[in-house]
Design a protein around this ligand. Structure first.
Ligand SMILES: [Fe+2]
Length: 479
């Protein structure tokens, strides 16, 4: 068993995003470590794994998971766990992280982080899943607090108690997202300062900080703006009492000049440097048996939780089901608690899921998205009415291109550009050896037209080919 204080100090770093790879290496001394999105390296093509090895050669890396769904009463997806275990073996990090949430239920992939019901049954589920996880992954795990957009009725405790108990029972450290804590306090009218001593600060290993965005009167953890002053104040407050080993700036959208990110890192570094050293942190890594005894297990009857999670997953991803459910005021609800579910917050969560898929689609087909502008969302949004598909990014990209093909208002050259970008998506499919696209314009002219807002000029047909050599290298040819 290792104490938080025995973990190495990594200081201050960035959530790695390929968009700023060049600037990152130009400013190597200013970034102490990187957090990588683990899921992006599962089933990854060789060039993505080469990127991972390059990052590892220059920075300490901490993998951050999105889709283990540690709170799913359905249990863990063992195939997903095996992929995570292989990644951890490859990079040998000092610790790794996941979210205290669920991302799927009843066979429905939500595609985003959904807050758990604050109940003993949910704690039992998390403990059970983490115990199973530890049979395959020994590296210390830290759990992140997510924002609660939809508060599930029937809570048996508040968020501070739920988190404290979850960490005690699993023996995990805390990845304290101060922006999420702030957003929840603002959105749910909680006085964080008044309840400050009730949070498990002694278990903090790492901090996440980021900027959010107001949507109506709700603060969303959008990671698309500079960190707000109120979040910086909370960061300082936490660093003064918690054994923080590391802090990561998360920036996913509207990425600014790299120097602005570096300024935020420098401010975080100053805060951590000013914090007093801590020596009295509790053990983490292995499940803490005394924690389990102190809290006690509730009866092993997860049926209610399963029904609740299954219903929530459908409400978040199925617009038709959502309308019917709320129009009949909970007659169809799986449990009496869910009858009190707030329709507006469920709709907001569903909306943010759809927005996230559109944003991810923009990253998968960046030139097409630039050429289409707002039409990109118009084309993709109607196709987002169901659960997230298994290969979400690739499948959503294929969907948008299929819709473009049927839409006579889309200029032919932009359709050509989209088909060209889809070639790269297809070339990253595991096991695919060769793919080819016939284009009406050379790709260089298509990309320049998107870049400059012009037109690719006269027709000049060509073939774009992607070949995967036996050694894994990707060869791309245009002729
Ligand atoms: Fe976070």
């Amino acid at each position: 068993m290792r104490r938080v204080t025995a973990l190495p100090t990594l200081s201050v770093g960035l959530g790695y995003r390929p968009q700023f790879r060049a600037e990152l290496f130009e400013n190597r001394p200013c970034v102490d470590f990187l957090e990588i999105i683990a899921d992006q390296y599962f089933d990854a093509p060789p060039e993505k794994l080469a990127e991972l090895d390059l990052l590892r050669a220059h920075f300490p890396l901490v993998p951050h998971g999105l889709d283990l769904s540690l709170g799913s009463v359905d249990g863990l997806d063992e195939v997903h766990v095996d992929k995570f275990a292989r990644l951890i073996e490859r990079i040998d990090p000092p610790w790794w992280s996941e979210h205290l949430c669920f991302t799927r239920a009843g066979g429905v992939a939500i595609g985003h982080l959904a807050a758990l019901p604050l109940t003993r049954a949910a704690l039992d589920t998390v403990e059970r899943n983490v115990e199973r996880l530890r049979r395959k992954i020994e590296a210390p795990l830290i759990l992140e607090n997510v924002t609660t957009v939809v508060a599930v009725p029937g809570a048996e405790m508040d968020s501070a108690e739920f988190l404290s108990r979850a960490l005690e029972r699993t023996g995990c450290g805390w990845l304290c997202d101060v922006a999420n804590l702030h957003a929840d306090a603002v959105n749910h009218g909680v006085d964080l300062e008044a309840g400050f001593p009730r949070w498990p600060w002694e278990r903090v290993v790492q901090i996440h900080f980021a900027g959010g965005r107001w949507r109506g009167d709700v603060l969303i953890d959008s990671h698309d703006s500079p960190t707000a002053e109120a979040v910086w104040a909370l960061f300082e407050r936490v660093a003064a009492v918690a054994p923080v080993k590391a802090a990561i700036l998360e920036r996913d959208e509207k990425i600014p000049l790299f120097t602005e990110l570096l300024d935020e890192l420098e401010r975080a570094r100053r805060i951590l440097a000013a914090a007093p050293p801590r020596v009295d942190a509790p053990p983490i890594a292995d499940a803490e048996r005394e924690g389990r005894n102190a809290v006690g297990m509730s009866p092993p009857t997860p049926n209610d939780l399963m029904a609740t999670q299954n219903t929530l997953a459908r409400l978040f991803t199925d617009g038709g089901f959502r309308e019917t459910y709320f129009d009949h005021a909970g007659e169809t609800s799986a449990s009496k608690d869910l009858a009190a579910l707030d329709r507006e917050s469920v709709a907001l969560f569903a909306e943010s899921l759809a927005n996230k898929r559109v944003a991810d689609g923009r990253k998968t087909l960046p030139w097409t998205a630039k050429a289409l502008g707002n039409d990109f969302a118009r084309l993709l949004r109607p196709a987002l009415g169901g659960p997230a598909p298994p290969r979400r990014h690739a499948d959503d990209a294929a969907t948008v291109v299929a819709r473009m093909e049927k839409d006579p208002t889309v200029p032919t050259w932009i359709l050509d550009l989209a088909r060209y970008e889809l070639g790269f998506v297809a070339a990253a499919t595991p096991g695919l050896v060769c793919t080819a696209k016939r284009l009406r314009w050379p790709p260089a002219r298509l990309v320049r037209a998107a870049q400059e807002g012009g037109h690719p000029g006269p027709l000049k047909s060509c073939f774009a080919v992607w070949l995967r050599w036996p050694n894994g290298a990707l060869r791309h040819l245009v002729f």
